[in-house]
Design a protein around this ligand. Structure first.
Ligand code: ZN
Length: 82
């Protein structure tokens, strides 16, 4: 009996690496993220659709605990002010 083929082909590895490169290229740094995080929080609170910039903020927040902390503090303030 043949075991399931779980090994990645070199083509698959190549496309994963390409995806990672793309992610890194598009990723914001923290200061860029913090420039937009207020706007992102307001967009979120208003339940507006996120545009490309907001989507990259969201992505950065998912990866960066420091910026996420800023974002959550901001959300708390904005929600308290509503
Ligand atoms: Zn960050």
């Amino acid at each position: 009996m043949k075991p399931p083929d779980q090994q990645l082909t070199s083509a698959q590895v190549g496309s994963v690496l390409k995806m990672l490169a793309l992610t890194t290229e598009r990723e914001l740094n923290c200061s860029e993220c913090l420039q937009h995080v207020g706007e992102f929080a307001e967009t979120r609170l208003a339940s507006q659709p996120v545009d490309a910039v907001m989507a990259s903020i969201e992505q950065h927040l998912a990866l960066c605990p420091e910026c996420r902390e800023e974002f959550e503090a901001l959300m708390t303030i904005l929600q308290a002010g509503q």
